[in-house]
Design a protein around this ligand. Structure first.
Ligand code: ZN
Length: 258
């Protein structure tokens, strides 16, 4: 049999298997679209837990109880106002001077001490909202789904509950590499919109995201070394500012017409 035909048959079988396993399209409130999510929430959390362990092995945590409590309190408040409030969220600070923040699938969010040093409360709420937006819209999970091979994906989906440890570890490894490359531009813009919306809904200032991005823009000239990784994994700040300005305008109009 030709390899192409064999591949198509495997693909067809895979789809039949997925349908029979009850994997259907789900409405994603964060994106407003119907999407196919193969990796269920339990597996997303297991993969995220594995990635978080690796993250904390590679980068030291900033173990300041007050600061951690501050980030956690704001993060939990914004997460409850998001589109995936049922998930358990974990917010931690990495003891790194560079400015950065990121989300892992299943509810794990990290900010660096460098970011904490420059952001005020509203700005931090917006940044955490951006990361919660990635999780609510399942950006990491969707990226992972497209990259995992059939065998690993089906093992994740079909193996009975004896918890597929090896597959989870392999998936976490792939996800770790993918996420360190960053999300797509579209996903980043969407996370900016969602972060603006969620932090505003949670009661924080509407301008948090915008003033944070403007701060970054200034820093790009003054202290570019602290933004190297951040800038390499995000679209240009000036483009992000435009997207957020639109979102703020929309939310302001909605407030006025209420
Ligand atoms: Zn992002």
């Amino acid at each position: 049999m030709k390899p192409v035909v064999r591949k198509n048959i495997r693909m067809a079988l895979f789809i039949i298997l997925l349908l029979s396993a009850g994997c259907a399209t789900v409405y994603n409130p964060a994106t407003g679209k119907k999407e196919v999510i193969f990796i269920d929430q339990e597996s997303q959390v297991a993969i995220g837990t594995e990635m978080a362990k690796r993250m904390e092995k590679e980068y030291p945590l900033y173990k300041n109880a007050r600061a951690t409590e501050y980030v956690n309190r704001i993060g939990q408040t914004v997460a409850r106002a998001g589109d995936r409030p049922d998930l358990e969220y974990h917010f931690k600070i990495l003891n790194i001077k560079a400015v950065n923040a990121f989300a892992l699938p299943g509810g794990f969010v990290y900010v660096t001490k460098g970011l904490l040093n420059i952001a005020n409360k509203d700005e931090l709420a917006a940044v955490l909202g951006h990361e919660i937006g990635h999780i609510a819209a399942r950006h990491g999970t969707k990226k992972l789904q497209t990259q995992l091979g059939y065998s690993l994906l089906s093992a994740l989906i079909f193996q009975e509950n004896n918890y597929k440890e090896r597959e989870i570890a392999r998936a976490a490894n792939t996800a770790f590499n993918l996420i360190s490359l960053g999300y797509s531009r579209e996903d980043e813009f969407q996370a900016d919109q969602l972060g603006t919306l969620y932090s505003y809904r949670a009661g924080y200032g509407l301008w948090g995201m915008l003033s944070f991005l403007k701060k970054l823009k200034k820093m790009e000239k003054q202290e570019p070394s602290l933004l190297k990784v951040f800038l390499s994994t995000h679209p240009p700040t000036s483009e992000r500012i435009k997207v957020v300005e639109e979102e703020v305008k929309k939310l302001e109009q909605a407030r006025v017409s209420k």
